[in-house]
Design a protein around this ligand. Structure first.
Ligand code: SF4
Ligand code: SF4
Length: 332
């Protein structure tokens, strides 16, 4: 699946030839700080694990990020999760849609680059690896469509269920959907597993740690326990393992190819007020910016006046990477 362009790889290693002594504002550190703060803020209810006397309640606010409604630690929720829940009630998600519309129109997909904890985790993995690998353009271009399929497929299930319930004929449909009824993506999303299920499992293991040490289970007991793991939980763990493996292979794999929230915001990104411009006089088409783009965007093929590629998460990595200072944010 991966193909390495030798030209691009060698350019990645080449030193920028421009004058490096000139001060240039870098976005990397501010973004890292914002992402870290947002990771803690979005999962702020985890503090109750350390301070049980704290009485926190989630804010009923939907943001275009991944923050599972099923996680006991989410302080805010994913807009897409709320949409699924409300459609299945059935209610039309006016407020959630309004918030998404407003955020999307102003900053496009920037919440993916700056706020979403799942995006941040993938950035950490890529930084640990220390290298951005490229996917062949053909595979990349086809795989990008998968997230739209997941987005519209999920909305179709939740929307038809909501409509059927509204018309008073949806009970059998709801029963047939089982755990998917309250949100098909919620039931399997890696954020709910990572920030909800895994800490809960760790908490259970910690509570039973002493008894496990004094009386360790036999291999047969472990096997019996494993065979009793609910299939949905096993599937969620498998998806989470796949998520980590894919993020190691390809920067922001989940954001590029699988995230329905990313798909939803990509639609807005194209028309958002925020974008990036490229000064064609300073630009030498070197192309250090493209090499550093975690979303593999062909920046040099986009209009220089302002570009709003649907895949752009406004991470500003390209701006930092440009040795000639030819890229900068543009608003509006
Ligand atoms: S694409 Fe999805 S997972 Fe990635 S940053 Fe955006 S909301 Fe988060
Ligand atoms: S084009 Fe620039 S800002 Fe957009 S995703 Fe790529 S590196 Fe980030």
């Amino acid at each position: 699946m991966l193909s390495f362009s030798h030209e691009v790889q060698s350019l990645a290693q080449a030193q920028p030839e421009e004058d490096l002594r000139r001060f240039k504002f870098k976005w990397t550190l501010p973004r890292l700080i914002v992402q870290l703060v947002c990771l803690l803020a979005v999962n702020a209810l985890a503090l109750t694990l350390i301070f049980p006397s704290l009485k926190f309640k989630p804010i009923p606010l939907g943001l275009p990020i991944l923050a599972s409604v099923n996680s006991p630690f989410s302080a805010v929720y994913s807009s897409f999760d709320l949409m699924q829940v409300e459609l299945a009630q059935p209610e039309f998600p006016w407020i959630v849609l309004g918030t998404v519309f407003l955020i999307g129109a102003v900053v496009g997909r920037a919440f993916c680059g700056w706020v979403c904890p799942v995006g941040f985790i993938q950035d950490i993995i890529t930084n640990l690896k220390g290298r951005l690998d490229f996917v062949s353009p053909r595979t990349h271009s086809s795989a990008k469509k998968l997230k739209y399929l997941l987005f519209f497929g999920t909305l179709l299930i939740s929307g038809t269920l909501g409509l059927a319930l509204y018309l008073g004929v949806g009970n059998d449909y709801k029963t047939a959907l089982g755990v998917l009824a309250s949100g098909p993506f919620i039931a399997i999303s890696p954020d709910g597993t990572l920030f909800g299920v895994v800490p809960t499992l760790i908490g259970l293991a910690r509570d039973n740690f002493a008894s496990l040490l004094t009386k360790p289970p036999t291999i047969q007991q472990v096997w019996v326990y494993l065979t009793q793991v609910p299939p949905l939980l096993a599937l969620r763990i498998l998806i989470l393992v796949g998520f980590f493996g894919a993020a190691w292979k390809v920067p922001r794999f989940f954001c590029r190819y699988a995230c329905p929230t990313g798909a939803m915001m990509a639609i807005f990104q194209k028309y958002s007020l925020a974008g990036i411009k490229r000064d064609p006089v300073k630009c030498t088409k070197c192309p250090h910016c493209e090499v550093k783009c975690p979303m593999q965007i062909n920046i040099l093929d986009l209009p220089w006046e302002k570009f709003n590629d649907p895949e752009c998460i406004m991470c500003m990595e390209c701006i930092d990477a440009c040795p000639h200072g030819s890229l900068s944010p543009k608003f509006p």
